[in-house]
Design a protein around this ligand. Structure first.
Ligand SMILES: NC(=O)c1ccc[n+]([C@@H]2O[C@H](COP(=O)([O-])OP(=O)(O)OC[C@H]3O[C@@H](n4cnc5c(N)ncnc54)[C@H](O)[C@@H]3O)[C@@H](O)[C@H]2O)c1
Length: 329
């Protein structure tokens, strides 16, 4: 069992992880964005900005902005902030502080400008001794906040360490599932955000459940094709880490990506829809990065490509979905 963990990030997901691990009796150094937030958390025993209704036990949670001290006092460091801010956060860390620690990432998106998934970026950036692990879905922070039964994926090439992390979670509403494909889990998390935008657009355009079920089945084929192109490791794509993570985003109204898609499907301009979102919908950037990564390949990704054209090339959602319709099977 891990006894001391640093969690970096102060949004909904970091807050949910702080809740899970502190309720498991693990001491958390919680590195938040600014001193004012650290003070507020100390005062209210809540994150006043995200999931503010969740009570935290300050006997186990120490909010701080002191990265060096936090990392020194921990066996494990978890990065849980949007992909857009990962490299900025990593810049503030001296590799010597972290090189021997067990590092975990729980981030759904490419690191901007690198075409790398977070686990590979972090492994390279710090030259870590131990392979990076990944905490994946399917999970919404909002459901963890109210203790709804949840299965999280704990992925690592060293499954003994992944088991150790799984066994460190001692709360009844969380079940860990160990997986040996950390980057595969991350790639699916990126692709499913794009698919979540697609199902949102379909709903916004007034397609019904019958159509969306076919859309999601076909999208899963695209995800599978992409996964096999990056890494031929044997995996069962019906594991909850893959198919489950996709469904939770494709169908849930808690999904920001689906919400973004819905606004666009209803005819709101992409730029305005992005502004209307209070939280980061990572599928927007991911669709562009994935397009750059795959445009010269032979991969057949019609749904993912249409989402890219709608988001980044001003293509009409209505017309793109007419094209998609013709390719579904
Ligand atoms: N929310 C979920 O249910 C969930 C579940 C699993 C994984 N994740 C992943 O966790 C990661 C974090 O997502 P989240 O839901 O906590 O995001 P969020 O939108 O709730 O939080 C945004 C976070 O970004 C920080 N931030 C905003 N601007 C910043 C800046 N300029 N520099 C540094 N930090 C800045 C905010 O302080 C906050 O910590 C994402 O990659 C997400 O995909 C989220």
């Amino acid at each position: 069992m891990f006894r001391n963990i640093t969690i970096i990030g102060s949004g909904s997901w970091a807050t949910a992880l702080v809740k899970i691990f502190s309720e498991s009796g693990i001491h958390i150094s919680w590195v938040v964005r600014d001193a004012a937030l650290a003070e507020q958390i100390q005062e209210c025993a809540r994150n006043t900005r995200y999931l503010s209704y969740v009570d935290l036990n300050l006997d186990f949670v120490n909010p701080t902005v002191d990265l060096e001290r936090a990392i020194h006092s921990s066996e494990m460091v978890i990065f849980a902030l949007p992909s857009a801010y990962l490299s900025q956060a990593a810049e503030a860390i001296d590799p010597a502080w972290i090189v021997k620690k067990q590092v975990v990432v729980s981030i759904k998106g490419f690191v901007p400008g690198t075409a790398m998934v977070p686990s590979i970026f972090i492994q390279k950036k710090f030259g870590l001794v131990k392979p990076v692990m990944v905490i994946g879905g399917p999970c919404h922070a909002e459901e963890i906040a109210i203790k709804r039964n949840t299965y999280v994926t704990i992925a690592g090439t060293d499954t003994t360490n992944a088991d150790r992390l799984k066994n460190s979670i001692q709360v009844k509403y969380i079940n860990g599932i160990v997986n040996n494909d950390p980057s595969g889990v991350e790639y699916v998390a990126i692709l499913k955000n794009i698919i979540g935008i697609a199902t949102g657009i379909a709903a916004g355009l007034n397609y019904g459940e019958n159509f969306i079920a076919v859309l999601v089945s076909n999208a899963m084929r695209e995800v599978n094709r992409f996964l096999r192109s990056v890494n031929l490791l044997y995996r069962d794509v019906f594991d909850s880490a893959y198919f489950g993570d996709m469904l939770v985003t494709a169908y849930s109204d808690l999904s920001r990506n689906r919400t973004l898609g819905k606004l666009i499907g209803r005819g709101i301009k992409v730029s305005q829809a992005l502004q209307a979102m209070e939280m980061v919908a990572e599928g927007y950037r991911a669709s562009e990065e994935l397009y750059v990564l795959t445009k010269n390949s032979e991969l057949h990704l019609p749904i993912i490509t249409s989402v890219y054209r709608i988001l980044h090339q001003h293509a009409s959602a209505f017309h793109e979905f007419k094209l998609i319709e013709k390719q579904l099977r």
